[in-house]
Design a protein around this ligand. Structure first.
Ligand code: PBG
Length: 323
């Protein structure tokens, strides 16, 4: 035998020397759920270890994360029922607590890289990402609301705007309103290939944002499709996206790989709530080694071509490195 691949695996030093993919805390973006109630820390049952945070505890959580090297955060608002409406006007109301929390975070921790969520569902009485009329999700009528929401978020200090709504043309609409108001330095991370997935279940529990009627299949993608992800990505790049996201991650590693081959902008992966819940539940039952499984899954997303990963495991992973 001239070739013995095992020679390159014979010691930890050699294995590390030839390791092709690196994973570090700097690649991770930590999602946090924010409530209007200042003093609040309520656990999310279907996501053990993850909470809804009021502003005070949230600031402390962010401080702890920064000390662990986690510097990127994405915030999702838990909107009280009485603030919800057909068109989600509260999303850009100047008294919106989500915007105030963002302002406070940037004031206290300017080094934190803060990403927003743009979509109607948390604010909508219908629980859909766009305006609903007679059971139809309206596209063009939704764009001005998404634009207003994005501008309000840029004004509040968010570094990256994260449209997760999957309406056609929203990246161009958002880029335009940001530029017109001189927010040329505010980035856009497009949820480009966002699939109609069963893996979002725990997230919708956390936000109480599940659709009241119907499903999201007229705007989120069919899990069977890959070429369509390229079409979505082409449009998002043309319209001004700085990053292209694939969501969920684990069942869509081939899509991450494809986008990374075709595009020069960074590709990101969203390791979603249901993927977190699966690993956590198995580990809590003693069926999987939690730290090892988390490292392997995150590494697989990096190997597939993701530059950054949105993951609820971010803090756990950072802590595991200190052990
Ligand atoms: C909604 C939104 C969803 C997620 C992020 N933004 C859910 C959905 O589309 O219904 C899911 C994230 C997760 O499951 O972790 N705009």
């Amino acid at each position: 035998m001239y070739q013995r691949p095992r020679r390159n695996r014979k010691s930890p030093a050699i294995r590390k020397m030839v390791q092709e993919t690196q994973l570090s805390v700097s690649h991770l973006i930590y999602p946090l759920f924010v409530t209007h109630n200042k003093k609040d820390k309520s656990p999310i049952v279907s996501m053990p270890g993850i909470h809804r945070w009021g502003m005070e505890d949230l600031l402390q959580e962010i401080e702890e994360c920064l000390a662990l090297g986690v510097e990127n955060f994405v915030l999702f608002p838990v909107i009280p029922e009485e603030k919800k409406s057909k068109k989600g006007e509260y999303s850009y109301d100047e008294n919106n607590f989500y915007l105030k929390v963002a302002q406070e975070i940037k004031k206290r921790f300017p080094e934190a890289n803060l990403m927003s969520d743009v979509a109607l569902d948390p604010y909508s009485t219908d629980g859909h990402d766009g305006i609903v009329e007679n059971g139809v999700i309206l596209n063009d009528e939704t764009l001005p609301i998404l634009s207003q929401m994005s501008l309000a978020q840029a004004q509040a200090g968010f570094d990256i705007i994260g449209p997760s709504d999957m309406m056609d043309g929203r990246i161009a609409a958002i880029r335009e309103i940001l530029d017109v108001h001189n927010y040329t330095n505010t980035s856009i991370m497009a949820y480009s290939a966002k699939y109609a997935s069963a893996f979002y279940g725990p997230f919708r529990d956390a936000l109480d944002s599940a659709p009241k009627a119907g499903d999201k299949k007229t705007y989120q993608m069919n899990p069977a499709n890959k070429k369509e992800a390229i079409l979505e990505a082409v449009l998002d790049v043309e319209e001004g996206a700085d990053f292209l996201m694939v969501k969920p991650a684990l069942s869509y590693l081939d899509v991450i790989h494809s986008l990374n081959e075709h595009f020069t902008v960074p590709i990101t992966a969203y390791n979603v709530s249901g993927e977190y819940a699966m690993v956590k539940a198995a580990a809590m039952n003693g069926w999987l080694d939690y730290d090892a499984t988390v490292e392997e899954t995150l590494l697989s997303m990096r190997r597939a071509g993701a530059s950054a990963i949105l993951t609820y495991h971010a803090k756990d992973y950072a802590q595991s490195l200190k052990k």
